[in-house]
Design a protein. Structure first.
Length: 79
């Protein structure tokens, strides 16, 4: 999920993804990228890795969960 989250707005190179994913080891990142490509959630382009239409659809589906988490976090801060 972290990789998908980091790709939600702009394509990222392998190094950019690794840095954004808290320095995930290259072998783990390579494995995850391969899995996400096989699932057709991300694709490699000249700009780096980016979400496919299916990946974007998944992120749209998960957006209400993100909104709920943000509102829960805000309510938790008020207590």
């Amino acid at each position: 999920m972290r990789i998908l989250w980091e790709l939600r707005n702009v394509p990222q190179s392998f190094r950019e993804l690794q840095a954004r994913c808290d320095g995930m080891s290259p072998s783990v990142l390579n494995t995850r990228i391969k899995q996400l490509k096989e699932a057709q959630l991300i694709a490699k382009t000249t700009d780096g890795y980016q979400l496919t239409d299916i990946g974007l659809s998944l992120m749209d589906t998960l957006d209400p969960l993100r909104e709920w988490a943000a509102s829960w976090e805000e309510a938790f801060k008020l207590e």
